[in-house]
Design a protein around this ligand. Structure first.
Ligand code: FPP
Length: 253
């Protein structure tokens, strides 16, 4: 792996979990008179670049919003193209992931995925399960509200079965019932294409996350743009609702 220029970064204060809303593939293609699918193809190259950069930086968690529950309502042709890109990405990247000790986890309703995509995803999850350098959370058929509904149902079933007292439903119990169970909340959320929205992404998990919005479209978001986002993150003062003379470490929750 080629080196990454980290001279502008304080390597002791990197985020531990970066989450990304990868937006603007369609506009990138439109600006070039190409089909939206061409934009998604270029977006896949950015996914590879950002996974690799995250691994090089030593950031242990990266979550990518690849397909939302709402995205199923897109034209069938585009949904099919996104599914096939996801399958191809997993197939072509698996060796590189093994070499780089990258673990893949799925976050979202994978039961809705076409069999061929789900099988490729399950195979990647199984094959990479013991890798520990970087965990990549692929958020597919994911919706923040659906995540919370599922958590409420899961906890409700535990209460109904007499295995959990209502009083024991606390923040940790809810966090442990979400698709991100076991993964720390993101320190940094990056959204490309200038949109100032959360778009039903990690609604619970983003409570204290620093949000960085860039005008760059996702297919143009590569290593230099990523380093710029991390520089901005390091300029932020995180207070977690407290006052400044009561400091907490940046990466703490
Ligand atoms: C948003 O851009 C992007 C998506 C809905 C899909 C993201 C998919 C990829 C980056 C490629 C495949 C993913 C992986 C993990 C290999 P948009 O289409 O909404 O753009 P627009 O707002 O400009 O129309």
């Amino acid at each position: 792996m080629a080196e990454i220029d980290t001279s502008s970064l304080d390597m002791s204060r990197l985020p531990q979990h970066v989450a990304v809303i990868m937006d603007g593939n369609g506009r990138w293609a439109q600006q070039r008179g190409m089909s939206r699918v061409e934009g998604h193809k270029r977006g896949k190259d950015s996914v590879r670049a950002i996974v690799e950069a995250t691994r090089k930086l030593g950031i242990p968690y990266l979550s990518l919003f690849a397909f939302s529950t709402e995205n199923w309502a897109r034209p069938r042709r585009e949904v099919n193209a996104l599914m096939s890109l996801l399958r191809r990405y997993l197939r072509t990247e698996i060796e590189r992931m093994m070499n780089n000790e990258v673990r893949v986890v799925a976050i979202g309703d994978t039961a809705r995925l076409p069999d061929s995509v789900r099988e490729e995803l399950e195979a990647a999850i199984e094959r990479t399960r013991d890798n520990r350098r970087l965990t990549v959370g692929l958020c597919v058929s994911y919706g923040g509200r659906e995540d919370l509904v599922n958590a409420a149902r899961m906890l409700g079933r535990e209460v109904a079965a007499g295995r959990l007292a209502v009083e024991d439903i606390d923040e940790a119990a809810i966090s442990d019932s979400l698709g991100t169970a076991g993964i720390p909340d993101p320190d940094l959320l990056i959204r490309t294409s200038g949109e100032m929205r959360i778009s039903n992404f990690f609604l619970w998990q983003l409570a204290y996350t620093e949000i960085f919005v860039t005008d760059a479209l996702w297919p143009d978001f590569r290593e230099p743009e990523y380093v710029a986002a991390l520089e901005e993150f390091q300029r932020r003062v995180r207070r977690f609702g407290r006052v400044l003379d009561e400091p907490r470490r940046q990466a703490a929750h």
